[in-house]
Design a protein around this ligand. Structure first.
Ligand code: FNR
Length: 364
């Protein structure tokens, strides 16, 4: 019998298979978007409306999927977006992603609320890990965490700025999802109906926010992050010697101000449509931001990428590099590390054939 991983031929397949295996609460935590989810639909509709023009009779037999990012060659023009609590998709998910990053020399975004300590992830990722920082409360914890990431050897810090308050995602709220995890009667029934997931999590131990188990590192996922300002950014710029990326930019004036503030790159993103439901589609904002900041300033992109063709569309719209989010977690939930590898290969093949069909040999 074929394993579930062998049935992954698209990101939709991964999502469908994951939906069967995951408790509803976990599926909705990963899949859910803000509010009534119009923002997610708007972005997908914008992606689907974009076309790529076929070009013919050019020799495209030798194709290269690599991309340059901060002076290193990533073997793919896409990496792994930072996501909190990845191990909810399956035990060991953070390290599966880290091994993938090491093999393809692509950035692995390590969330502030990762389910594996940041020191362990960068070690397994062979250095290809970027630390994602949330500011919260008065910011003291965030600066401590940035220092800790620096000591652990992180060279790139990604400050996520689109969560001044945690977005309301009704599907997640309905299930009573919260971190640290608590199991009431509702969750008990949900877990009992998904025994495969529940038994594997039971054997591995309850997933938790692993960067906060030591003195002085506390994080309340629901605490306001609203006190971050341009001054916070400038203090972070002063203390962070490596690359500083600001993630969650959708406005041209903000993008220009960030460039002026000395950040090394901006990431156009609506947090996977998980924050402001009425935000513009990131894929529509991307070309406007690219033309404002000029062709040489690094611009990254995430949100709503579901295929290799989508990656090519984002590159065409101005992205130097892109990131996949929830689809990777669905692949892990569906088929473990093999599922993740299969979906990664699917994305790679989709991009490679899209390049050939549009008469190109690389994304550069
Ligand atoms: C996220 N994202 C996110 N971003 C971030 O900066 N810090 C975080 O901790 C998280 N956590 C998180 C959890 C889950 C389950 C998801 C799905 C997403 C957002 C993420 O980095 C990225 O912006 C989106 O996931 C990209 O969109 P797609 O590919 O999921 O549509």
């Amino acid at each position: 019998m074929l394993s579930a991983a062998a049935h992954i031929h698209s990101s939709d397949d991964a999502r469908r298979l994951a939906k069967r295996r995951l408790p509803w609460m976990v599926f909705d935590y990963i899949d859910g978007s803000a509010g009534g989810e119009a923002g997610a639909r708007r972005n997908r509709a914008a992606f689907e409306a974009l076309t790529l023009e076929p070009r013919i009779l050019r020799d495209v037999s030798s194709r290269n999927l690599s991309a340059d990012v901060f002076g290193t060659t990533a073997q793919r023009p896409f990496g792994i977006a930072p996501m909190g609590m990845c191990n909810l998709s399956a035990p060991g998910a953070d390290l599966m992603l880290a091994r993938l990053a090491a093999e393809f020399s692509v950035p692995h975004g390590v969330s502030t609320v990762a389910s594996t300590p940041l020191e362990r992830i960068i070690e397994v990722a062979g250095g290809h890990a970027w630390f994602q920082l949330y500011f919260s409360g008065d910011g003291a914890g965030a600066f401590k965490l940035a220092t800790r990431a620096k000591v652990a050897g992180y060279k790139t810090l990604v400050m996520t700025v689109d969560v001044p308050e945690v977005g309301r995602r009704p599907r997640e709220l309905r299930h009573g999802f919260k971190m640290p995890f608590s199991i009431g009667p509702r969750q008990f029934v949900d877990f009992a109906l998904h025994p495969r997931w529940s038994l594997s999590q039971l054997a591995a131990g309850k997933p938790d926010m692993a960067n906060f188990d030591m003195d002085g590192f506390d994080f309340d996922r629901t605490e306001s992050r609203a006190r971050a300002t341009w001054d916070t950014l400038s203090r972070l710029r002063d203390m962070w010697p490596g690359n500083l990326v600001v993630k969650g930019v959708l406005n041209v004036d903000d993008a220009l101000a960030l460039k002026g503030a000395g950040v090394d790159a901006i990431q156009v993103s609506s947090h996977g449509s998980r924050q402001l439901e009425s935000a513009p589609a990131p894929i529509d904002a991307l070309p406007l931001i690219r033309s404002a900041v000029g062709k040489d300033f690094p611009v990254f992109f995430d949100t709503g990428l579901r295929s290799g063709e989508d990656v090519l569309k984002a590159v065409r719209a101005g992205a130097d590099f892109t990131f996949f989010g929830r689809s990777l977690l669905f692949a892990i939930a569906a088929g473990g590390e093999e599922g993740l590898r299969n979906l990664w290969d699917v994305f790679s093949e989709e991009l490679s054939s899209a390049l050939a069909q549009t008469g190109r040999v690389s994304v550069k």
